[in-house]
Design a protein around this ligand. Sequence first.
Ligand code: HEM
Length: 508
Amino acid sequence: MAEPAAPNLANIQGNILGGFNKDFQSFLFLHFSDRDKGRAWLEHMAPEIATSEEVVAFNTLFKQANRRRGHEYGILKATWTNIAFTASGLKALGVPDAEIATFSEAFRQGMKARAATPFPTPPFPPASLGDEGDSDPSHWIAPLGSKDVHAILHVASDSHADLHATVARYVQNLDFNGTVKRLFTQEGIVRQDEPGHEHFGFKDGVSQPGIRGVDLPRPGGNPNEGNPGQDLLWPGEFVLGYPTQIDGPDTVNTPPVVPNPNPGPVSKSGPPWAADGSYLVFRRLRQDVAGFHAQLHQLAPANGLDPRVFAAKLVGRYHSGCPLEPLKGQPQGHDAPDDPAVGADSLRNNNFEYGGDPAGNAVPRASHIRKTYPRDEDTPGGGENNTQKRRLLRRGVPFGLSLNLNAPAPHDSGDRGLLFLCYQSSIEEQFEFVQKIWVNNSGFPQGGDGEDPIIAQSKTGLFACPGANPANIPALKHFVTTTGGDYFFQPSISALYHIAGVPQPLGA
Ligand code: HEM
């Protein structure tokens, strides 16, 4: 089978297929009050925007330096910038209504409109994101979710000083221009006490989809995998204009190869210039860290579990990122319950499936990583080929300072959590599907399994936890609240010039 063309990394913005992976990040929410001045500003900004080619090359070099030296102490540094637009932003920059109408409905409406209104998800019943109660948009931080937000300028750096120097330069330029207004800035910062861990304490960013043409199979390894257990997917699942995964029964191949390795239809949305672009979901999720830990220490002993094991059952991985599920070829499980060596080892930490654990004895079926990516599990949607059409390229970063659980600060604002970012070619079929049809649904994958105990948008829920006693925890409290968010479109480099209404300079 001839491989269709690899993604055009030089035309795709940097964080999409590369992953900025920076400790210090700023998100500037912008408003354009004048079409022509907004376009002039965009033309001026376009050369600042990082490409996936640059970011992938930097990340490869960084890994090499790290591997040879055993550490990477500031030898390589970079500051990257990306930009994405809301539907009202595209309109403010003069994109014709007829073209905007060809983008996806979810994008055109924005996250706020989808918060509590059920939208159809055939063949499943209509459902909403469940952002109600404390997560209701009326409580969101202004101006998040407002139609005044036209663009998100994302700056990410290895150094706090470099980040702020770059942001200051951009802000000065906005002020000169006068008609591009900064409405709000959200800072993101990797936890300095536990780098790579989110605020509840778990290592994050362990599992990502592999992408054909970007992630290479290992020499002598499975040609349909990058690292072991990391299925290679067609880039059209994340970028417009490329082949996607093929849906359908898992037994379509003889012998069955799951997921189906053949290229499916090309991803399309928006006008032709949307190719090489991607939809960005931004969700500001506040985490009540003290509440989460208090519940662990109360419920774990009451259900006959060590709090660290109970915590791992909620997520599906231990604190270190080590999976609870036995790795392929190791039916007895790992050497130790939480094995930091496995947690840090990308050649081992994803090499597992759930087929050997249908009852959820190791990883409860409702645990966070099994809900959001059920791997080879049978699903009402049809199984793994369908599941691979629900994948997300996650690019989140924590916000707020770590909570010292031994001595909570007397004036702790409690405002910490995760800036959840993900890229996909369909908001409806990927992010929204995962949140609505899997995470918030206590009947997925099977009746009585319970909601996702980490991110379901309800205050309390059922959590079926085989191995605990009793195994059904009926009113598990949830500690993640949505405090803002929106849907953006992140155009290609050439499309930035198109939107700015100028020809792309040669070599830009
Ligand atoms: C405060 C909110 C959240 C926290 C604390 C959190 C935490 C985690 C952790 C600890 C992991 C395991 C490490 C890894 O595989 O990278 C993980 C994985 C994952 N999360 Fe979240 N997450 C949050 C929000 C979300 C949201 C909103 C979604 C999507 C609706 C999501 C989807 C996923 C997916 C798809 C995986 C990877 C599963 C796999 O490939 O095995 N997460 N998350």
